[in-house]
Design a protein around this ligand. Structure first.
Ligand SMILES: Nc1ncnc2c1ncn2[C@@H]1O[C@H](COP(=O)(O)OP(=O)(O)OP(=O)(O)O)[C@@H](O)[C@H]1O
Length: 232
C-alpha cells in the first residue's frame, strides 16, 4: 500500500482565457510540501492569472488542479471557499496590512477579529521570521521589507499547505529581499509548498525550482540545487 501523501499541488493542463483573449494558455505544475518554487516571466505573460487559479480565486477554463489530492474542480463553490481559507495563504503585492494594528495583530487577523486568542502563535511566528522585536510595532512605523515579512507571517500563520506570493521582493534592495526570501523559506521548512512569482532572476534562483512563463505557457520545472545563493 502506498502511504505517501499526495503533493500539495498538481496542476495539469491548467488554462484560463479572458474575453480579451489573454490569460493562461497551459500550466503543468507539481509542488511538493516543504519546497519553494519560482515562476519568472515578463509582464503580461500570465503570472497573476496563474496565481489566481492556484489560489482558487479564478476557476480554470480547461485542465485540472488537485490540492493535497483533492480535485478542486469537483468541489462546490462553498467547499472551494473553505479550502482557500484553510489551505492557502496569499501574499498580495498590495500587502493589505491594517495600519491601525501592530505587527502581531496583523498576523493574528488571518484568523478573524478575535486577535487576542491568536497572540501567542502570531508572536511566535514573527519571532521565527526574525521579527520578534518588532511584534508590538505599528506597521506604519516599519520598513517595506519588515512589512513584507509581516504579510508573509499572516499568510503562513494558519499553517496552509500552499503559500502564494506575488512579487514578494519587488522594490526591495538585495539584502532586504534576502530577508523576505528567508521568511518564505522558513514557511517551507514548516511544511508549506511556497510558490512565488517574480521578475527577478536572482530571487528565482534562491528557490528549489524555477519555471518560466512565456506568453501564457509555463515551462517544465528547472531544479536549482546549489546550497548557497546570493541576491547581490
Ligand atoms: N481582468 C482581465 N481582463 C482581460 N484581460 C486580462 C485581465 N487580466 C489580465 N488580462 C490579460 O491576460 C494576460 C496575462 O495577464 P497577467 O496579469 O496574468 O500577466 P502578468 O504576467 O501577471 O503581468 P504583470 O507582470 O504585468 O502583472 C495579459 O495579456 C493581460 O492583458
Amino acid at each position: 500500500m502506498n502511504t505517501a501523501s499526495p503533493p500539495a499541488v498538481v496542476a495539469e493542463g491548467l488554462a484560463f482565457g479572458y474575453a480579451s483573449g489573454g490569460g493562461l494558455v497551459r500550466a503543468d505544475l507539481t509542488l511538493a510540501a516543504g519546497t519553494t518554487a519560482a515562476v519568472e516571466g515578463p509582464s503580461g505573460s500570465g503570472k497573476s492569472t496563474l496565481l489566481a487559479l492556484l489560489g482558487l480565486i479564478l476557476s480554470p477554463t480547461a485542465g485540472s488542479l488537485h490540492i493535497t489530492g483533492t480535485d478542486t474542480g469537483a468541489l462546490a463553490a462553498a467547499d472551494r471557499d473553505l479550502m482557500r481559507l484553510r489551505s492557502i495563504g496569499i501574499v498580495l503585492q498590495d500587502l493589505g496590512l491594517l495600519p491601525f494594528l501592530n505587527a502581531w495583530e496583523n498576523v493574528a487577523a488571518a484568523f478573524g477579529p478575535r486577535l487576542a486568542r491568536h497572540r501567542t502563535e502570531a508572536r511566535a511566528l514573527l519571532g521565527d521570521l526574525g521579527m520578534g522585536d518588532l511584534a508590538e510595532s505599528r506597521v506604519t512605523e516599519l520598513s517595506g521589507g519588515q512589512r513584507q515579512r509581516i504579510a508573509v507571517a499572516r499568510a503562513a500563520v494558519k499553517q496552509p499547505v500552499l503559500i502564494l506570493a506575488d512579487e514578494p521582493t519587488s522594490g526591495l534592495d538585495p539584502r532586504t529581499a534576502r530577508s523576505v526570501m528567508d521568511a518564505l523559506r522558513s514557511c517551507a521548512e514548516r511544511g508549506a509548498a511556497v510558490l512565488l512569482v517574480t521578475h527577478d532572476a536572482a530571487v528565482a534562483e534562491t528557490c528549489d525550482r524555477r519555471h518560466v512563463l512565456d506568453e501564457g505557457v509555463l515551462s517544465a520545472a528547472e531544479p536549482l540545487n546549489a546550497p548557497e545563493r546570493s541576491l547581490g
